[in-house]
Design a protein around this ligand. Structure first.
Ligand code: ZN
Ligand code: ZN
Ligand code: ZN
Length: 504
């Protein structure tokens, strides 16, 4: 077990400094640092020790002590690996800290150690735990495979955390809670089981230029009054959303690239707030940005594009102020506003969509002022029956109006939508064929396939035609394979749950 990497050979220069320079080997004894030994930590220079199976921490540093600990292996402690408290300092460099029962490193009560280039792994709790007004410079460490968060920042602690790799944790990557702070820069946080970064309960960290990716849940999760700043990060390939904001959280999210989320790019819900500015949000499954359940974020000057579903989808009493965003090339509506929502859209450009520009349905309203809506395939602004938004000074032009053209050309609308999108059109029901109001039949199918039948108009809304889809017992006479290439229209991964409004 003795780990002598960098031992006597590398230590010559360092030995100048302290009278107490000792190298321990586990062959001599299994070191248990008693109070005395821990006292030596105050002045010591420790190199290439194997420190394990201790009842208290492997190293304890306190009261202004400033030991240097390099190339040690600190492992299988019955509590934590390194415990720095009561204004302790210390330089912990190039150590292996692993398999301890508590966190590998604890920093608390105004302590400010340097933790650099260590391997911190396989802890039975977290990697680095900073609490009770702890500080510290945590840099260039490789932190992985810990049972709790790789780094936990709690109770007014304010460390600098940079250039670390934090990965393959069985919990989240970085967990900031109970008024935690911290400057968290240029880390790579990936492949963690829960969120890459969690920010909650009055915390206000600053995260800049991190790469946060490939997590098994959310990338960055603000909840229960999580705040702080998220700037210039790359956040990508998460199995849930890239960024999630809920319950009173109000972060500033600026200049990030957010892509490859399987449940959308950004999800704001349950009273979430936030200022999202100048982000690029693209290639997400589901919506680029969801605004749901009484949330009210502000989105300014973002680019939201190449989504595999809608650009911005607003549901269930969602609000939001959307200004000067570019929303383009999304597979579904650029902006879909539904179910009692009421956002304000000003001076956005919504264009090149593969379905409609803006759709409003299900008793939603909206204020639309000075937007430009152009070159969208299904149409510019599509309003369901009973919807009457406030519309002022918009430019809606050069849309392809494929729905209107299909209706005019006698086609079944299924030909332009297949079952993957929902063109807004007049929707009928056929009593003779005994369809329910969950089966939409388009006007051309009513005229041909259901000619002479007892039919009724239901409303203008988002549906694909069930007659064309072949779900009715009588075969559709206008039917045929969809004429457009639906491969480019929809390339969605398996959804976590159905969020898309789908009414049959
Ligand atoms: Zn039809
Ligand atoms: Zn019929
Ligand atoms: Zn038909």
């Amino acid at each position: 077990m003795s780990e002598r990497a960098g031992g006597a050979g590398g230590g010559g220069a360092r030995r100048r400094r302290r009278e107490l320079t000792r190298t321990y080997s586990s062959r001599d004894e299994s070191l248990s640092l008693t109070a005395e030994w821990r006292g030596y930590c105050a002045w010591g220079y420790f190199e290439a020790n194997d420190i394990h199976n201790n009842r208290i921490a492997g190293f304890e540093v306190k009261a202004g002590a400033n030991p240097t600990v390099v190339h040690c292996e600190i492992h299988h402690g019955q509590t934590g690996g390194i415990y720095v408290h009561e204004s302790g300092l210390g330089q912990f460099i190039d150590n292996k800290i692993h398999s301890n029962n508590f966190a590998g490193v604890w920093i608390t009560s105004n302590s400010n150690p340097t933790i650099r280039r260590n391997e911190i792994y396989n802890g039975h709790q977290g990697g680095v735990y900073i609490f009770g007004e702890g500080r510290g410079l945590i840099e260039h460490n490789n932190i992985y495979g810990n049972a709790l968060a790789g780094i936990q920042i709690r109770t007014n602690s304010d460390p600098i955390v940079r250039h670390n790799k934090i990965h393959h944790g069985q919990h989240g990557g970085i967990y900031v809670h109970e008024k935690g702070q911290g400057l968290i820069e240029e880390n790579e946080v990936y492949a963690n089981t829960l969120a890459g970064v969690w920010i909650t309960t009055g915390s206000t960290p600053v995260l800049r230029r991190n790469r946060i990716h490939s997590g098994k849940q959310v990338g960055v999760y603000f909840y229960d009054n999580g705040h702080g700043k998220l700037e210039d990060n790359d956040i990508f390939n998460h199995l849930y959303s890239g960024v999630q904001i809920r319950t009173g959280s109000n972060p500033v999210i600026r200049g990030n690239k957010i892509w490859g989320g399987q449940n959308g790019g950004v999800l704001v819900y349950n009273g979430g707030l936030g200022l999202l500015e100048q982000n690029e949000i693209f290639d997400n499954a589901m919506a680029g940005v969801w605004i749901k359940t009484d949330s009210n974020p502000t989105l300014k000057r973002n680019k939201i594009f190449d989504g595999r579903d809608g650009g911005i989808c607003i549901f269930n009493g969602g609000k939001g102020v959307l200004e000067e965003n570019d929303i383009f090339r999304n597979a579904q509506a650029g902006v879909l506003i539904s179910t009692q929502s009421h956002p304000v859209l000003r001076r956005n450009r919504i264009f090149d969509g593969l379905a409609a520009g803006v759709e409003i349905t299900n008793n939603a309203t909206a204020t639309l002022e000075h937007n430009q809506i152009f070159n969208n395939r299904f149409g510019g602004l599509c309003l369901a029956s009973g919807v009457s938004p406030l519309v002022r000074g918009n430019k809606i032009f050069s849309n392809q109006d494929a729905v209107e053209k299909a209706v005019g050309g006698g086609q079944c609308l299924y030909k332009i939508s297949s079952y993957t999108s929902f063109p807004m059109h007049d929707f009928y029901r056929c009593q003779t064929c005994n369809t329910t109001d969950r089966n939409a039949i388009c006007v051309n199918c009513i005229k041909t396939c259901h000619s002479g039948h007892d039919v009724e108009f239901i409303r203008h809304d988002r549906f694909f035609c069930d007659c064309g889809a072949g779900t009715l017992s009588n075969q559709c006479q206008l039917q045929g394979e969809p004429t457009q290439d639906t491969d480019t229209l929809y390339d969605s991964a398996a959804p976590m749950e159905s969020h898309t409004l789908m009414v049959f």
